[in-house]
Each structure stands twice: as structure tokens, then as C-alpha cells.
Ligand binder design. Structure first.
Ligand code: ADP
Ligand code: ZN
Ligand code: ZN
Length: 667
């Protein structure tokens, strides 16, 4: 980096303009105003306003470098604003632009809070009074132990305040007075005695400000958890795959690894799938670490997100929990990166700039020289392959913490149902089991896999699915052409109306949605209460949470839903899980269909029997012999992996090759 020295008359900044306009998609040179000095009040990552001859308004840009001369006659930067990102993050953005072939300005957009990249100076700062205990408060305790709450002060109300602050560390004054119902005078007495102190805090739209936190101390680790934790070296870069069945205590390991990192003065990022970012998970972090948590996800308002972003920037938040894009949070001095449920498809961005956050995290961990921990009960085939090759360190947790066992899983062959004259979506067996659950007042979850719905066709008598001969993936039915297409090689075939395998005319187009099923269940079980959870019912804020809480608290009999019901929650009264049609995930035109099916069935079956009673799960399918379904029945990841990896090798699919999608379009 160039440093200003005396001979240099002026300094040139290289600026990328925050615009998707093609003609602005390059680096521009601008002169830095005289009063600015690199490292002091200007640097890489500063936001600036610059002017263009042909544009009326000023454009927002980011400084990405400096030089001493330019071959152009440069304009002067119109305004230097705040710093948006540091050099480390800038390196990451450059890497993303190179690796995923996107504009640098698009990659840079990832580094500023969404919704603010085209606004500047939109911060109106307001302050309010907060309360916390002073360092000296312990002198007023009889015992030094915080748990023994005996004070040298007599007033009960004063004691209440101290008790509360021991748990909550710090809180807005107005909320404190409200929650524990004391007057300001009582608080003022404590301030005079030097037990409490008031301080100014900026008013932030944080999702936790009004939350009352009850601190919980860490759990004593089991032997295998201790070994797992010890094998993670927090002093240097390495990648770990923490492979542990659901409920094996992975989250507790994350928490304790983070604690070690914080003690070293470093910070942590935890990524979780968007869908499982529920209060249940964030509360566990809050209870352990207090308010140094920031949460980032797409359901926050722009204002909330912006404020969380700033809390991180100012060092108030040291642990960031969020969905995919939280990797770009402005956290410095990162000491550990954790990706929970690493197999989840939400870790890939399908919109521009497209990226796989696991790769970005890997790069970032290397740059920060810190560990990257990937956790899953059903790891991505690729991750497990990498781990077996030694590129990631494999840590296994093979037992659940509590003694409730895995559920009994039964596979129902839907072809036989049909042969017996049952054309409905419920097999006789599943029908009977639901009935039983209703009688016993136990809850049922019914799962419909929407992925790939209504795009493939199948023979209902023999289960035959039309596949591409070259690629061995199911062909997709295109209604407009009335043809079958292979999405891999583009091969076309005429649509079939008679099964090529058994000559049956019982060809079915898969297109049943949750709404139809809801109506049907309501009809056949009029006595049951049912709640539906899918893309249509979860559009509003906190919808997932509200539906799932209703299911749990109001003891709704049946929860019917898509993928969304498979993650994030434990319901102790669910003793039956029914998978309505396991095959729908198998017949999408994707080489990962078996993997996805295995993952999702394993997860959804694992929802059953988490409480005192043993659980059952029923998988309805037209393809009972598929190995992904068989292995999910046994909840045996390793066996599934061994089979799947052989298939991938034979057909030369990832991880044995890379697949690239190129789209060519004309504007
Ligand atoms: P996972 O993340 O693998 O699903 P969790 O960390 O959520 O597992 O643990 C599952 C349950 O077991 C949680 O209720 C958790 O509080 C509890 N648990 C985890 N570790 C311990 C431990 N060492 N001692 C007691 N309970 C534990
Ligand atoms: Zn093909
Ligand atoms: Zn057939």
C-alpha cells in the first residue's frame, strides 16, 4: 500500500461505483481531497460520493485501492463517508468475484447491510438510559458467590434490582423498572450507593432489547463431547466435520468452543439454515453469553438488520448467528467459523452473486487463520468424502445424549395399496396409526416433500419413472411442449401414457399439494385439529414460530407441512411421523436426489419419539427398494455414504468431477 510522502502532490483513489449499470462496471480514478490521509480518515473500504460528467446525481462508490498517478485527468472525490468494510473483507470480495465470475461491485454489495447499499447518512442517532451493576457491587454481597443471594442491604426492592441485573448484565432503565415494578427512586438509591450505574446507549432496533435473559452456565460435557471439543484446535486454520446424530450434543460443543475463542479475545460466526433460525436456537446462545449476540436473517426489517450490523461494527456483538450472508458481517478478529447442518441447501446462493458459503467460509477461515467447523447428522456427500480423504478432520458423535432411542421406522409399499384398491394418499396402515394417535391424544406430523412436485411422471403399478438413458436422472415433464426433457444433457422424449415397463395405463403426474391434502384429512378425520405449514402459510413475520408454538402449546393433533417442519424444533408429544410420498424427492432431475431423500427422511423420522414415549415413523413409497429409503429406515448414514459414493464414482458425478452451469443470454 502506498503511503503519502512529501514528494507526492496528490493521491489517487481507485473507486468502484455501486451500480449495476454496465458502463460503470470498472474501476475509476478520483483525486483524494488534500485533508485526507490513508490510515487516518481514509482507507480501502471507505464509502465515497463521486460525480460523473453525464450523471446529474452523485454516485456511491467504494475505495478499493490507491495510487500516485493516473493517466486520466481526475475529478476530486465529492464526499468521503464512513468505512463500509476492511481490507480483509475486500480480499474476500475479490476472491468471490474471481471464483464466481461476478462483478466486483456485486461482490462488494455483500459486505454492506442489505437495503443500505444505495443510501448514505441515513442514521438518526437517539440515546436512552441503561442500567448495569458497578464493579463494586460484590462488596454488598454477604457471600462472594453470586448464587447465594444475601445482601448487606435491607430493602427487598433494591435486592430485586440487583438480582435481576446479575442475570441480565445490562438493560434499558425503562424496561427494568417496568419488568420488576420498582420506582425510579429505588434505583437512584442504588446508584448513590455505587452499586448500580446508569449510562447512555444508542437506541437500537435489536430483536433482543426487550428480552429478559436468564443466564445459564455451561453443561458438563460427556466423554465423547470432551474429546470432540479437545480435537478442535482454536489457534490455527483447519477444517473439521463434526458428524453427530441429532441430539448428540453438537450445539453444546459449538457453545464451548466459542467460549474458548472469546477467552482468547477473538470473535465467532455461527451459520444455521435460515429456517432453523428460531428463538429456540438463539436463546441458547443468549442464555450462555448474554447480549454479545447479534442475529442476522432475512425476516428482520432493514432497520433491525442495519442496527445489528452496527452493533457488530462497534464491537458490542462478538458472536454473530445468522443465515448464509452473516458470513459477511463486519466482525473483525474472527476466531472460529461454525456451519451447522452443513448439508443444507440454503447455504448456496442461487441469486447473483452466486456462491456456496461453505467455500467462502473455507477461504475466510484460511485468511483469518482460524478453525472452520461443519456440523451435521447427515453430512453432504462431498464433505464426508473430503473428510475421509483427510482434507477435513472427522469428529464423530454416535450416541444421543438422552436415552430416548431412535424411532421405529416402517416402509409402506404404495403399489400394494393400489393393488388393494386404495387410491387415496393414506395407506391403510398410516390411516390406522393416525387414528390410534388421535385416540391416545398424541401428536402426528405429516410430511409432504414438495421438491420437484408435479414435474415427473410415474407408473402407479410398477413405480417405473422415465429416466434419461445417458444421465440416469428422472426426466422432467414440460406441460407446454407435452414432452419429457433431461435437464442435464437436454435430451427430449415423447411423453408416455402407457408404462414402457409393464404396459399399464395408470400413469400419474405428481401434483398433489398440501392444500388438497389438508382438505382430504379434514374430511376423513373430522374430529382432529390440523395445522398446515408451507410456503403459503408462512409468509408473514415469525410465522414459523407461531405455527410451531401453536402446534406444541395448543396440542393441535396433526401438523401437515413441507420441508419446513423437519428442522429446528423438538416436540415431546409427537409419536408418529408420516411421510406421504417419499419418492417425490427421488425423481427430481438431480444427481443428488438420493442424497437429499436420505437426508430429509432421516431428519423427518428423527422428529418422532423425542419425549417419554417411543416414536414411530411411516414412509409411504412406490419404490420401497431404493437404497436411500432403506438406509433412512435404518438411520445409517455411513452405509448410505458407502453406497452413494460408489454410484457417483461410476457415473462420474461430484465429488469426482465439477459441474458447471453456463447461461448465455442476450440483452
Ligand atoms: P445437537 O446439536 O447434536 O442436536 P444438542 O447440543 O442440542 O445436540 O443436545 C441435545 C440435548 O442434549 C439438548 O437438550 C442439550 O441441552 C442436551 N445436552 C447436550 N450436551 C449435554 C451434556 N453434556 N449434558 C447434559 N445434557 C446435554
Ligand atoms: Zn440426459
Ligand atoms: Zn409400469
Amino acid at each position: 500500500m502506498s503511503i503519502i510522502n512529501d514528494e507526492v502532490e496528490f493521491l489517487i483513489a481507485q473507486v468502484v461505483v455501486n451500480s449495476s449499470a454496465q458502463e460503470l462496471n470498472r474501476i475509476f480514478d478520483y483525486e483524494v481531497p488534500k485533508e485526507y490521509e490513508i490510515g487516518k480518515n481514509i482507507d480501502i473500504g471507505y464509502r465515497v460520493l463521486v460525480s460523473f460528467a453525464s450523471y446529474k446525481s452523485l454516485e456511491i462508490g467504494y475505495i478499493i485501492g490507491f495510487k500516485e498517478t493516473s493517466e486520466f485527468k481526475c475529478k476530486v472525490i465529492s464526499k468521503v463517508c464512513d468505512r463500509a468494510f476492511d481490507t480483509n473483507k475486500f480480499e474476500l470480495a475479490k476472491w468471490i468475484a474471481r471464483r464466481y465470475f461476478c462483478n466486483l461491485s456485486d461482490a462488494l454489495k455483500l459486505l454492506v447491510p442489505p437495503g443500505t447499499s444505495n443510501k448514505i447518512d441515513n442514521v438518526k442517532v437517539k440515546y436512552e438510559k441503561w442500567v448495569r451493576l458497578t464493579k463494586n457491587y460484590k462488596e454488598y454481597l454477604v457471600a462472594k458467590d453470586e448464587d447465594i443471594k444475601e445482601y448487606k442491604i435491607k430493602s427487598e426492592k433494591q435486592q430485586k434490582i440487583i438480582d435481576f441485573l446479575v442475570d441480565n448484565i445490562e438493560i434499558p432503565k425503562s424496561i427494568l423498572l417496568d419488568v420488576i415494578d420498582v420506582t425510579d427512586a429505588v434505583l437512584q438509591t442504588l446508584v448513590k450507593k455505587g452499586i448500580c450505574e446508569l449510562f447512555e446507549m444508542e437506541v437500537l432496533r435489536s430483536p433482543f432489547v426487550n428480552k429478559i435473559i436468564k443466564r445459564k452456565s455451561k453443561l458438563e460435557l460427556t466423554k465423547s463431547q470432551t474429546e470432540a471439543l479437545e480435537s478442535i484446535d482454536i489457534t490455527k486454520y483447519d477444517e473439521y466435520l463434526l458428524f453427530g446424530v441429532t441430539g448428540s450434543g453438537k450445539t453444546e460443543i459449538y457453545l464451548q468452543a466459542i467460549e474458548k475463542v472469546l477467552n482468547e479475545g477473538k470473535n465467532a460466526i455461527v451459520l444455521v439454515p435460515e429456517i432453523s433460525l428460531t428463538p429456540q436456537i438463539t436463546d441458547r446462545f443468549l442464555e450462555r453469553f448474554g447480549r454479545i449476540i447479534a442475529v442476522l436473517h432475512s425476516k428482520l426489517s432493514n432497520g433491525e438488520r442495519f442496527d445489528e450490523w452496527r452493533r457488530i461494527q462497534r464491537g458490542e456483538a462478538r458472536i454473530v448467528i445468522g443465515a448464509r450472508s452473516a458470513i459477511f458481517a463486519p466482525l473483525d478478529n474472527v476466531g472460529i467459523l461454525i456451519i451447522d447442518e452443513e448439508h443444507d441447501s440454503s447455504y448456496k446462493s442461487e441469486t447473483s452473486p452466486k456462491y456456496d458459503v461453505r467455500d467462502v467460509a473455507s477461504k475466510y477461515a484460511k485468511m483469518s487463520n482460524c478453525p472452520l467447523v461443519l456440523g451435521s447428522a447427515t453430512p453432504d456427500i462431498r464433505s464426508y468424502y473430503e473428510a475421509l480423504k483427510g482434507n477435513k478432520k472427522l469428529i464423530k458423535l454416535s450416541k444421543r445424549i438422552s436415552s430416548f432411542g431412535m424411532p421405529d421406522v416402517k416402509i409402506i409399499d404404495l403399489r400394494e395399496e393400489l393393488a388393494n384398491g386404495n387410491k387415496t394418499i393414506l395407506s391403510k396402515y398410516l390411516y390406522d396409526e393416525i387414528k390410534k394417535n388421535l385416540e391416545n391424544h398424541e401428536q402426528t406430523m405429516l410430511f409432504l416433500n414438495r421438491r420437484g412436485y408435479s414435474t415427473f411422471i410415474m407408473c402407479r403399478d410398477c413405480g417405473y419413472v422415465v429416466k434419461c438413458e445417458k444421465c440416469d436422472v428422472a426426466m422432467t415433464y414440460h406441460i407446454t411442449k407435452n414432452k419429457l426433457l433431461c435437464h442435464y444433457c437436454g435430451a427430449e422424449k415423447a411423453n408416455v401414457t402407457i408404462c414402457p415397463s409393464c404396459k399399464s395405463e395408470n400413469i400419474r403426474y405428481f401434483g398433489t399439494g398440501t392444500q388438497k391434502i389438508e382438505a382430504y384429512i379434514n374430511k376423513i378425520f373430522p374430529e382432529a385439529s390440523l395445522i398446515r405449514m408451507d410456503i403459503d402459510t408462512t409468509g408473514y413475520k415469525n410465522a414459523h414460530e407461531i405455527i410451531l408454538n401453536k402446534f406444541r402449546d395448543e396440542k393441535i393433533d396433526i401438523l401437515l407441512g413441507t420441508q419446513m417442519i423437519t428442522k429446528g424444533h423438538d416436540f415431546s408429544n409427537v409419536t408418529l411421523v408420516g411421510v406421504l410420498a417419499a419418492d417425490s424427492a427421488l425423481n427430481v432431475g438431480d444427481y443428488r436426489a438420493q442424497e437429499r431423500t436420505f437426508q430429509i427422511l432421516t431428519q423427518v423420522c428423527g422428529r418422532s419419539g423425542r419425549g417419554e414415549k417411543r416414536g414411530r415413523a411411516i414412509i409411504q413409497t412406490y419404490m420401497p427398494d431404493e437404497y436411500s429409503i432403506q438406509m433412512a429406515k435404518n438411520q445409517d448414514y455411513e452405509k448410505f455414504y458407502n453406497n452413494e459414493i460408489k454410484v457417483r464414482e461410476q457415473l462420474n458425478y461430484p465429488p469426482f468431477c465439477d459441474i458447471m452451469l453456463a447461461v448465455i443470454s442476450r440483452h
